[in-house]
Ligand binder design. Structure first.
Ligand code: CA
Length: 225
């Protein structure tokens, strides 16, 4: 899951970024409105956190522009002001939810999860594919009931494969959705993480749950072969 945070107050931006990274999200930051709009139009984000008062271009106009261009990514707006008029214009411009600064990270995270749940159309926080189970709230992973300990990136990679079970996911899709802007496409970092993930989730000599689709990418079948 990849999140864009458009916020010019660097302290708040890095506080949000740090917290989200601890929750295994890939996070990109933009410190002004133009850069934020550019990133939002260029990359496939699962969620955008958008401050209203920004240099170059304000949050309300960014939100309108994205909706006008049919970008439907959920948007959580932030503002220091809590005037009713601001909330109304924020929501009117196409934002999905609204938070007034300062806020607690716990409440922020709860709203992020709720927006992600709503947009994925799933009511539960548990993903199940074959005998794998992944709990998005506790971030615990089980295979056949036995818990598996994953690194943050391995977890994010597995979550992405499970959300796209039965689909071929390409290295480009993985780099765009599981890594952030700092991803270096000239390395084999994805293949290395897939290998580590297989080492952890596969049992004995059985064929890997994660199939390699030659020349295209990877696939996690919804049902055993
Ligand atoms: Ca601001």
């Amino acid at each position: 899951m990849r999140i864009l945070v458009i916020e010019d107050e660097k302290k708040i931006a890095s506080f949000i970024q740090r917290g989200l990274k601890e929750e295994n999200f890939a996070v990109d930051l933009a410190f002004d409105g133009e850069q934020g709009l550019f990133l939002a139009e260029t990359n496939p984000y699962n969620l955008i956190v958008l401050d209203i008062m920004l240099p170059e271009r304000d949050g309300i106009s960014i939100c309108r522009e994205l909706r006008r261009k049919a970008v439907r990514t959920p948007i959580l707006m932030l503002t220091a002001r809590d005037a009713v008029a601001d909330k109304v214009s924020g929501l009117d411009s196409g934002a999905d939810d609204y938070m007034t600064k300062p806020f607690s990270f716990d409440e922020f995270l709860a709203r992020v999860r709720s927006l992600l749940r709503r947009s994925s159309g799933s009511a539960s926080n548990v993903l199940r594919v074959q005998n794998l189970e992944l709990n998005q709230l506790s971030r615990r992973v089980f295979r056949s009931g036995k818990e598996i300990t994953l690194s943050a990136k391995e977890y994010a990679l597995l979550e992405f494969l499970m959300l796209h079970a039965d689909e071929v996911v390409t290295r480009t899709m993985i780099s765009e959705q599981v890594w952030n802007e700092d991803f270096d496409s000239f390395t084999n970092v994805i293949d290395v993480h897939i290998k580590h993930l297989r080492d952890k989730i596969d049992i004995d000599e059985t064929p890997s749950l994660i199939h390699t689709v030659r020349g295209r990418g990877y696939c996690l079948p919804a049902n055993p072969a």
